[in-house]
Design a protein around this ligand. Structure first.
Ligand code: FAD
Length: 473
């Protein structure tokens, strides 16, 4: 009688405790993925993440095929489909990894009860975090609200060693007539007309082996330069592991173990691991504070009057704000599905402070356009940038985009790459074309208001307006 392994945001073979446990049961396996757009979704997958999912499912299927198996992909309500599938196939056990948000956990609990009533055993494991979020507690048995203290406490726990991919798996063939109406049309995950994913295909290859390659390349070439290099937006100074971590092509424990092996005490690896600590803290916060993606975690900000302007939001989304570093970053996002972390902070600060628009608008746009869109990381970082989170940058910290560009894109390469109409400018004129003299603009073939927009907000006015709005609270 078969066992079902229910894959979710853990699309890999190695370090997959659920797959490992199922393999150890000696039952033939049914490997399953369900795209559930039906259950009142907490976080429906955005378009970019769907594009990524298409590649990640194909990769997992190829890896299973090497062992004689396949991946069954369904679309519909998981709460309905799993019990139906267990009945149809006679499966006696189902394995999966825990999810984090209380509503997801409640759904898993309902599924567990239904399956157990059918006589099925259910074995959930932790597979997407370093350590069980229940285990990391303060001395008063509470939960951490500050990442630094959380990370220090987490490191006193033993992070389990990653598991090797199981070999010699046996599989249960599911007849193609099983649940025919629920088969996932995987091609629908990719855009057709218009096909906006050409830049994605040039930039990314989803897959488990590719994730390992990224990790190894990063350890070989960049980790020692990470402390300074990670903020330079034009450089490849970071690992670009985020979409692999978000889809689970690599587990945080694999990354942790690779860094330990490399020597985690040097400055580069230590700082890099602390970024993995932010990822872990975002998951921990989502687990313990379920309103993270929906409300300001700091109630002081609930009375904040955000502005509403469809035109400003559109200019921000399309990279046409007239502020070069902001536009470069938003266009990098649109064309590749990814944006550098420093640039995310700059565009986040510009939206929530200079434009005084609700961080949830930015969160929603990122969720639709990032290949690494991550329910926990995205919301926690947006609240951090806006200053509304439990651990957040103070509200009066407003990035000046020009100063940020001068510091983190000093040669202007990033702006020139993503905003080609400004390529002819250099120095200060490239960072602030509105302040450039006529001669520089003419030589650079820039006509403000024609080839490149005037800024949609005067930076000083925007800053003062934000400070006033925040101070009123
Ligand atoms: P590296 O610097 O190589 O870091 C390694 C890994 O650590 C990352 O892959 C990521 O998993 C984790 N990490 C790094 N920085 C952070 C951070 N600040 N918070 C949480 N985890 C971190 N990251 C996402 O994965 N998904 C998101 O949806 C997301 N939305 C964001 C929104 C905003 C407004 C901001 C400011 C940041 C957001 N981040 C998000 C965090 C961060 O920008 C990305 O994880 C990082 O840029 C990914 O690039 P990398 O893999 O090269 O990072």
């Amino acid at each position: 009688r078969p066992a079902i392994v229910w894959f979710r945001d853990d699309l890999r073979m190695a370090d997959h405790p659920a797959l490992h446990e199922a393999a150890a049961s000696d039952q033939p396996l049914i490997c399953l993925y369900i795209l559930d757009d039906i259950t009142p979704a907490l976080h429906p997958l955005g378009a970019a993440a769907r594009w990524w999912l298409h590649g990640a499912l194909a990769d997992l299927r190829r890896n299973l095929k090497k062992q004689g198996g396949t991946l069954l992909t369904l679309s519909g309500s998981a709460e309905k489909l799993l019990p139906q599938l267990t009945t149809l196939t006679g499966a006696t056990s189902v394995y999966w990894h825990h999810r984090l948000h209380e509503k997801e956990r409640a759904q898993d609990e309902r599924i567990r009860k239904t399956l157990e009533q059918q006589g099925c055993e259910v074995g959930p494991h932790w597979g997407t975090v370093l350590v069980d979020p229940e285990a990391v507690r303060t001395k008063q048995d509470g939960f951490y609200r500050i990442c630094g203290s959380f990370w220090k406490a987490l490191q006193t726990h033993i992070v389990p060693e990653p598991l090797e991919a199981p070999v010699r798996l046996s599989f249960h063939a599911v007849p193609s007539s099983t649940l025919p109406d629920a088969r996932l049309k995987e091609d629908d995950l990719c855009p057709h007309a218009p096909d906006w994913a050409a830049g994605f295909r040039k930039t990314w290859e989803p897959g488990e082996a590719e994730a390992q390659e990224h990790l190894e390349d990063f350890l070989r070439q960049s980790v020692s330069r990470y402390p300074g290099g990670r903020d330079q937006v034009a450089e490849e100074g970071t690992s670009r592991l985020s979409p692999y971590l978000a889809s689970g092509a690599v587990s945080p424990r694999q990354v942790w173990a690779a860094l330990q092996k490399h020597g985690a005490h040097a400055e580069g690896p230590r700082i890099f691991l602390s970024e993995l600590g932010w990822r872990e803290f975002a998951r921990y916060t989502l687990y313990h504070f379920s309103k993270l993606p929906f409300e300001n975690l700091n109630p002081k900000f609930s009375g904040l009057k955000w502005r509403s302007s469809a035109a400003d939001l559109k200019a921000w989304q399309q990279g046409r704000t007239g502020v070069p570093i902001v536009d470069a970053a938003m266009r990098q996002l649109w064309q590749t599905g990814w944006m550098h972390n420093r640039a995310r902070m700059i565009v986040g600060s510009f939206l929530t402070k200079h434009l005084l628009m609700d961080w949830k608008k930015g969160d929603a746009w990122f969720r639709d356009t990032l290949v690494d869109a991550d329910f926990a990381n995205n919301a926690m970082n947006w609240q951090w940038v806006a200053g509304t989170g439990i651990e957040a940058t103070p509200f009066f910290r407003i990035f000046n985009p020009t100063r940020q560009a001068e510091k983190f894109d000093p040669d202007g390469d990033y702006i020139r790459q993503w905003v080609p109409e400004l390529r002819g400018l250099s120095g200060r004129a490239l960072f602030e074309p509105w302040a450039a003299n006529e001669e520089d603009l003419r030589k650079g073939h820039v006509r403000l208001g024609k080839t490149y927009p005037y800024p949609i907000i005067d930076l000083k006015e925007g800053r003062d307006r934000a400070l006033q709005a925040f101070r009123r609270l």
